[in-house]
Design a protein around this ligand. Structure first.
Ligand code: PLP
Length: 385
């Protein structure tokens, strides 16, 4: 049996997405900037996608900008805000558990002389709101925080964060990395008062190499990519039309069955945690089932087991998972997220992330728990010798 439980790393594109993209590659392959019919048809498809996404997010179509993915969206937003508003102040805030596509931008600005605050999180991965309140001052220009953490699934209290910003310094811009939240949990960008919000196609059964950025109307950013002024100057370069259309289709399909699919994923998560607790001892479940946790991610430390070894044992059974976060698992060193929530070194070493999709089922979960039980026992026996 093949069981793909690495949907936090990437997802399988839906068949309808592939079909739509095929049409764009084979037939409607014009450049949206071209003045002839082929160009116009491609442009129409791009605008249709923008409309689908803006409807899904309850924002205006002209607040959506297409990019090459989550990493680029985070870069365009954060650098765009910092470069534009750096005359107002030189202090920026983020958290210790951000994705590398945010953290490494902050490190870059730190090297350039900006003052950076990296907020602590508690054992659940929730940001320290008191520290945030104390950190914001008149020199602060930006706060960047993820809505859902990619390793743990923790959902940050953006509403409370925005209230603190409004109390302390209304001019501070709020960027939200929404890549693991988009299509997985419900939220309202307008109500939350978010300035910029990034999302990515390949995490939601769309294609890779395509993503988007919501930029609140009238917020001015300094572009970091220069060229032909596509995407209203925010992201120059000929549009990835098949990708944009594929992303639009993926969003349309998520929108269609949102409640049903999310309920299914959450039930799988509950079932998985229940069964694991009953069948495997000496584990630490680092993800939760409450309003502060996304439905698709379960992070577990198997004490006395190396996550990487367990991953390869599971692979032999056709089961695909991640250790820590997939984006950084090839980098040596311990997960900064698991360190930030205070896990001990042996707990970090034994950590595996399981991430679910609508296409998984209970039979698959039972099979995975069965295999886990066997392999964890086996590995522990070997390492105890
Ligand atoms: C929270 C988070 N931010 C950003 C990214 C980067 O997105 P992309 O792979 O589309 O560049 C990822 C990908 O894993 C992520 O999980």
């Amino acid at each position: 049996m093949e069981v793909y439980l690495d949907n936090g790393a990437t997802t399988r594109p839906r068949d309808e997405v592939i079909e739509e993209m095929n049409i764009m590659l084979k037939e409607i392959y014009g450049n949206p900037s071209s003045l002839h019919r082929m160009g116009l048809e491609a442009e129409k498809k791009v605008e249709k996608s923008r409309e689908i996404i803006s409807n899904f997010l309850s924002v205006r179509p002209d607040e959506i900008f297409f990019t090459s993915g989550g990493t680029e969206s985070n870069n365009i937003a954060i650098q765009g805000i910092v470069n534009r508003y750096s005359r107002r102040g030189k202090h920026i805030i983020t958290t210790k558990i951000e994705h590398s596509s945010v953290l490494n931008i902050f490190k870059y600005y730190e090297e350039k002389g900006f003052k950076v605050t990296y907020l602590d999180v508690d054992e659940k991965g929730l940001v320290d709101l008191e520290q945030l309140e104390e950190s914001i001052n008149n020199d602060t220009i930006l706060i960047s925080i993820m809505l859902v953490n990619n390793e743990l699934g923790t959902v940050q209290p953006i509403e409370d964060i925005k209230k603190i910003i409004n109390r302390k310094n209304k001019d501070v811009k709020l960027h939200v990395d929404g890549i693991q939240a988009f299509g997985k949990i419900k939220f309202n960008l307008k109500q939350l008062g978010i300035d910029t919000f990034s999302f990515s196609g390949h995490k939601i059964h769309g294609p890779k190499g395509i993503g988007g950025l919501y930029i609140k109307k009238d917020l001015k950013l300094s572009p970091i990519i220069f060229g032909g002024n596509q995407e209203r100057g925010i992201r120059s370069g000929t549009e990835n039309v098949p990708g944009i259309v594929g992303l639009g289709k993926a969003v349309e399909l998520i929108n269609k069955n949102f409640d049903e699919e999310i309920k299914k994923i959450l039930n799988l998560k509950k079932h998985f945690i229940d069964k694991i607790k009953k069948n495997i001892d000496n584990i630490k479940i680092n993800s939760f089932i409450d309003e502060h946790s996304a439905p698709h991610i379960v992070n577990i430390s198997f004490v006395g087991v190396r996550g990487e070894v367990l991953l390869h044992y599971l692979e032999e059974d056709g089961i695909y998972v991640s250790t820590g976060s997939a984006c950084s698992s090839k980098n040596k060193g311990k997960s900064h997220v698991l360190q930030a929530i205070g896990l001990k070194h042996d707990e970090i070493d034994g950590t595996v992330r399981f991430s679910f999709a609508y296409s998984n089922n209970v039979e698959e979960i039972d099979y995975v728990v069965d295999r886990l039980q066997k392999h964890v026992k086996e590995i522990r026996k070997i390492t105890m010798r």
